[in-house]
Design a protein around this ligand. Structure first.
Ligand SMILES: Nc1ncnc2c1ncn2[C@@H]1O[C@H](COP(=O)(O)OP(=O)(O)OP(=O)(O)O)[C@@H](O)[C@H]1O
Length: 294
């Protein structure tokens, strides 16, 4: 039998630049497990997506994304648009690594590489928002615009704290937005703080943000927070840490495999923590579209 081939797409700037340090050891782990591995180091925006498109066309068996959520999201976008899709692997080298944590991939890069070589594969739903893809979350609302305003250098130095600092600085500007949400079993028109379309439970450090979400059930878990005062938001955030926010009367929570969101103002969309264009958008679940090593 010929050797299986893996393409390692890594972002040298992600997180605390851990990939540079661990690359030789990771390559050794992959080679020892029988994977013939070649590397692509990303140079900037969209490079990881292009490298994933090329790896799919070259019929690699595995594409391993090493970086933060931005890099993983780009690789997911490259793979999801391909007719034949290599199995995805994730090495969490970023600041927050929501995607890897949602899939219970170890935080330590070397442990994560060893875990990959157990070759345990599970199916993964992919969310589609017009022509962009996501695997963890799509969100809109002023608070979701915080994450991509944190400069990369600041993130490398301060890690997750950078998000919270940016969040506190922004609280006075967190106004409600106008949203129209249409799904087969749900309709909303009015002012909202936030709309989150989740494929897995955990988002942005909140372990139980969408307590019933499963990444392979063919459904989105949608959380809509109606217009709220700042004290209400603080209360909601505290409840969200325990997964109790879904019982709050300002929160609407439902499951669907498709929905449409529009607004009469400019509202940007956040896909897996990165800027994803602006509304209107149509969302649908592509059930079991990717296979992922866990
Ligand atoms: N060689 C590079 N130097 C600097 N930036 C790069 C390089 N390659 C890719 N990038 C940029 O890195 C961004 C993605 O970073 P990524 O999300 O992987 O790491 P992070 O921001 O540290 O982690 P996280 O998203 O988990 O907080 C992309 O926007 C891309 O433009």
């Amino acid at each position: 039998m010929s050797k299986q081939r893996a393409r390692l797409i890594y972002n040298p700037s992600s997180g605390k630049e851990m990939m540079r340090q661990h690359l030789p050891e990771i390559l050794d782990i992959l080679e020892s497990a029988g994977l013939e591995t070649s590397c692509h180091m990303t140079k900037g925006s969209d490079d990881a997506r292009e490298a994933a498109v090329k790896a799919a066309a070259d019929e690699f068996d595995y594409v391993i994304a090493a970086g933060g959520d931005g890099t993983v999201n780009e690789v997911v976008n490259g793979l999801s648009s391909a007719p034949i899709r290599p199995t995805l692997g994730i090495l969490p080298a970023g600041t927050s690594n929501d995607l890897a944590r949602a899939l219970r991939i170890p935080r330590n890069l070397v442990k994560a590489a060893k875990q990959l070589t157990k070759f345990q594969v599970r199916p993964l739903d992919v969310g589609q928002a017009n022509d962009h893809f996501f695997i963890n979350i799509a969100g809109c609302g002023r608070i979701t615009e915080i994450t991509y305003e944190v400069p990369s250098k600041m993130k490398t130095a301060l890690g997750q704290l950078a998000y919270y600092m940016k969040g506190l600085e922004k609280i006075p500007q967190l106004g409600a937005i106008h949203l129209e949400v249409e799904a087969p079993n749900f309709g909303f028109s009015g002012k909202a703080m936030l709309c989150l379309i989740c494929n897995s439970r955990r988002v942005g450090g909140f372990e139980k943000l969408a307590p019933e979400a499963e990444p392979d059930d063919g459904l989105f878990d949608v959380i809509l927070i109606k217009q709220s005062s700042i004290p209400d938001i603080v209360k909601l955030a505290t409840q969200a840490l325990r997964g109790e926010h879904i019982h709050n009367q300002r929160v609407m929570y439902f499951q669907t495999d498709r929905l449409k969101i529009t607004s009469n103002e400019r509202v940007d969309l956040n896909l897996d923590g990165e800027y994803g264009g602006s509304l209107p958008k149509e969302f649908r679940v592509l059930k079991h579209h990717l296979r992922v090593l866990v």
